[in-house]
Design a protein around this ligand. Sequence first.
Ligand code: HEM
Length: 476
Amino acid sequence: SKRVPPGSLGFPIIGQSLGMLRAMRANTAEKWLEERVQKYGPISKLSLFGKPTVFIYGQAANKFVFTSDGTVLTNQQTQSVKMILGDRCLLELNGEDHKRVRGALVSFLKPDSLKCYVGNMEEEVRIHLETYWKDKQTIKVLPLMKTLTFNIICSLLFGLERGARRDQMVQYFQQMIEGMWSIPINLPFTRFNRSLKASKDVQKMLKQLISEKRYEFENNLASPHQDLITCLLSIRGENNQEIISENEIIHNVMLIMVAGHDTSSILITFIVRLLAKNPNIHAAVLKGKDHSEFHVRHSTFPVSSKIACGSTEQEEIAQNKSPGEFLTWEDLGKMKYTWRVAMETMRMFPPIFGGFRQTVKDIEYGGYLIPKGWQIFWVTAKTHMDSSIFHEPEKFDPARFENLGSLPPYNFVPFGGGARICPGYEFAKIETLVTIHYLVTHFTWKLCCTDDFFSRDPMPAPTQGLPVQIIPRKPL
Ligand code: HEM
């Protein structure tokens, strides 16, 4: 008596994949989904990347996806991602294995551990700006932010020194991600095949790095807190055996390279773009909003009519530092307005468009049957741009996040939610705040290309990588 959701599965294998990829590249994916909603209602079936899929959205849908355990939904990646990142990365693990490996990663990525690395992060940002921004007139923000976030990850998470080996890793890594989202066709000349080959090269380099780190750790030459790889190697069982296997370390290090570098670089790039378009907000990030007052305009949240923001923000933080003194965890805590700007940026331009889960058994959702083995497709932006949740959603307004507690759960989900919520949240927050601190205190910038276009492939990328003209404010 139960029905599967309305919609069509399209042509065999291809289904609606090409239509959606085309819409993503043309930055019309939200419209493409909205047309589905108009045609079939809030729950509909389609076929994406070779699998029957059900698209669901809204607060209840997000809650269902993020809180269902492994007996109902498992994580689901495209075949190409699985082949390139490996079958022991977190995205492929479920149940106890997922808990064990995730717990090990979080033991390094939790705020208590990361607190000590603010200075190292700052060092990377400073070197980056001196190398790529200083004395330049125009630069392209997105490729440079990718270089920066990759270097931060190499240095802080993998303990990989600057030099020939890191450069080689960057080169293999870039080849690896180029075809990662493409449809897997194992022919030597395809994008996918080049990525697969580069993935093998990255794995070979990581194997060598891990054996060096194991030697250092076992001979007391390195502390478990030195970097993520040493931390994972240091987690031992009763007989001193390693709890996280070598393959699990390699596959998860590759996942973190991808998950950690693309997302944060896009966030920082879109903040730079939005600050250039909103001079008042740029000024507030720099000077703080001590004396100004905001109206909180959320239709569905309790309205506190006027709230003084009370932040000091970047210029004052910089002025209180003596030359050469590093930023601290406490300084980051003062950058409240800057983080609201980042949240508003992720609301409007979430780096991750959405994701997939797979049903473990026949399930009932919203009055429909979703058969075992089908995919569920969830989308971040659907609640982020819903005017019943965020008043005037097209307007860039960081004041929305002044009273985070009043934001109903499962509506703002740039980092996902539940057991798979992004474990790199704090890491991303630190690198974003430190980078924006340096950018606004040392430079001003103007957009060279003022069109509003960006494509998704599947990560959003502004036209030409966002070229900007930079004007130094004070020496680095
Ligand atoms: C602005 C930056 C970032 C955004 C917007 C972001 C967003 C996300 C999202 C939406 C998910 C999927 C959640 C789900 O499926 O429910 C995710 C997962 C993940 N992210 Fe991030 N992320 C960011 C930065 C990072 C960083 C810096 C790291 C690592 C240092 C990282 C590591 C991961 C990992 C390992 C997962 C898989 C978690 C799991 O399956 O348990 N992310 N992220």
